[in-house]
Design a protein around this ligand. Structure first.
Ligand SMILES: *Cc1c(COP(=O)(O)O)cnc(C)c1O
Length: 494
């Protein structure tokens, strides 16, 4: 298995793609071709545990890792770290509507599925590519990646990690999770700006030759824990393969029957992982791409025009408040039949004009595979209430956006194919938005009072990692403007 860049031809192994994060040409690393799961392999996968499935899927992509290395990584990531025997349980909450709960990890959002594993993949990769060199992980976060990456990389030898988050763009719980992070190798800093500012700042620092030289002098090298890193994507493919196996094993579909996937989407990483699972042979029909009021992807799927010249909204589903969906670039690469020049051209237009338009043929291919829909905060709240009252299931704001758009899809098409809906966060991470949906009383100003109230009203347990947060000390208070991110990094690495 070899990897190339979405913007020009490369020929590297997975360890280099993971250690490096982003290609030198600014593109993203992608497999040159997709491994296919044979019929016999799928039969085997159906009988396996999540960890066994993880080893099997990863071994298709990480062919430069030994079987022992992969097993060590998977055992480290998924043993004793999740509050559920199986890390990604699939719950049927209504006929045909299966919620894939991806938030049983230590930070209560789906990012743990990948970020518990990435530090292991990263350290094995770094040893293969550049033994002795320290990897400096740079993260821009809309809230959940930051904490999940901090939790995964804290005190991992040979790594340092620096997280930037938008000062007013994350939930109270998300902020507290990050600012209380312990570990001798971690730094957390808020920036004046939104997530796109943070992400653009990080991308510019990656591309800055002066910063590169500054790190090289110290025998250090940047890498990324954002979903631009293939090492983040590979673990996400696993749970779609696993969900299919669970659908078949539980008799909810027959082997070979298709199912649809619905994903609350921001950076396009999670939904792209489902596309990659289909490329491996998992029978996924439609990809239902759900957005909040920042509905740039809905417009793109409906018109073929990606245009970021639009207002940015802060919503109750902050992890999807994004106008530049990085991983869409990998989707374009697929849609354009691996034409790196075409993708590089579109990305140049996006950088220069903030917009691009795909060809008619590509738009047709896109619409054949995808349905795009969006909903605002009021509809999100109504969906939380509806799911709770009718199906006795409490979901978070992001998952609610997905459920709402899934219902729009069924209403628009009449397609009742069973669906897997990615449930991406615990409702307790967004208590101040979830509580009003299920309780009429006035809100308390205190986040933890709301968390307790939510538990009392809904008779659901508070996840332990969030319950203990209120007693933790705030350790990180730095705040910089978006031009000063490089300076902050220099100071930390001194
Ligand atoms: C990150 C995140 C998303 C968006 O996922 P992408 O891979 O960026 O599309 C959705 N919901 C939650 C809770 C998240 O943390």
């Amino acid at each position: 298995m070899r990897f190339t860049s979405t913007r020009s031809s490369r020929d590297i192994e997975s360890a280099q793609a993971i250690a490096q994060g982003l290609a030198e040409d600014g593109g993203l690393f992608v497999p040159q071709e997709f491994p296919k799961l044979s019929n016999e392999m799928i039969d085997k996968l159906i009988g396996m545990s999540y960890k066994e499935r993880a080893c099997a899927v990863l071994s298709c992509y990480l062919t430069d890792f030994t079987a022992d290395e992969i097993k060590m990584c998977v055992d480290g990531a998924y043993t004793g770290t999740f509050d559920n025997e199986e890390p990604a349980p699939l719950k049927e909450v209504a006929p045909g509507m299966n919620l894939l709960e991806l938030w049983h990890g230590p930070t209560c959002a789906f990012k743990d599925m990948a970020l518990q594993l990435l530090p292991y993949l990263m350290t094995v990769s770094a040893k293969k590519v550049n033994p002795g060199r320290t990897i400096v992980i740079l993260v821009a976060t809309s809230g959940d990646t930051g904490k999940a990456a901090l939790d995964g990389f804290a005190d991992v030898p040979g790594t340092r990690i620096i997280v930037f988050y938008p000062h007013n763009g994350v939930s109270a719980m998300q902020k507290l999770q990050m600012t209380t992070q312990e570990g001798s190798n971690v730094a957390v800093c808020s920036i004046e700006g939104n997530f796109d500012d943070a992400q653009t700042g990080v991308k510019n620092i990656f591309a800055d030759p002066e910063m590169k030289a500054f790190l090289a002098e110290k025998n250090m090298e940047f890498s990324s824990a954002n979903s631009i890193n293939f090492g983040r994507l590979a673990p996400q493919i696993i749970y779609y393969v696993s969900a299919y196996c669970d659908l078949v094993r539980s008799g909810r579909i027959k082997k070979g029957e298709t199912f649809n996937v619905t994903v609350p989407t921001g950076n396009f990483g999670n939904i792209l992982a489902a596309v990659y699972a289909r490329e491996m042979g998992i029978p996924i029909g439609k990809f239902i791409c759900a957005s909040n009021k920042n509905n740039i992807l809905t417009d793109f799927i409906n018109t073929g025009c990606y245009d970021r010249n639009r207002p940015f909204y802060t919503t109750t589903s902050p992890s999807m408040d994004i106008l530049i969906s990085s991983n869409l670039e990998r989707m374009l690469y697929l849609l354009y039949g691996n034409d790196a020049d075409a993708v590089a051209g579109l990305m140049k237009q996006l950088k220069e004009n903030g917009r691009y338009e795909v060809s008619k043929e590509v738009l047709a291919k896109l619409q054949e595979q995808f349905f795009g829909g969006c909903c605002d905060d009021d509809a999100t709240k109504a969906t939380i209430a509806e799911l709770f009252n009718e199906n006795n299931y409490l979901c978070d704001t992001h998952t609610a956006v997905a459920v709402n758009v899934y219902k729009q899809y069924v209403a628009a098409t009449g397609d009742k194919t069973p669906t897997v809906i990615a449930s991406t966060a615990s409702p307790y991470k967004f208590a101040s938005a979830v509580l009003p949906a299920v309780c009429d009383e006035a809100l308390s100003a205190d986040e933890f009072a709301m968390v307790e109230k939510l538990s009392a009203v809904t008779n659901t347990p508070i996840p332990a990692p969030l319950a203990t947060l209120k007693d933790r000390k705030v350790l990180h208070t730095s705040k910089v403007d978006k031009k000063s991110m490089a300076g902050f990094i220099r100071d930390f690495l001194k």
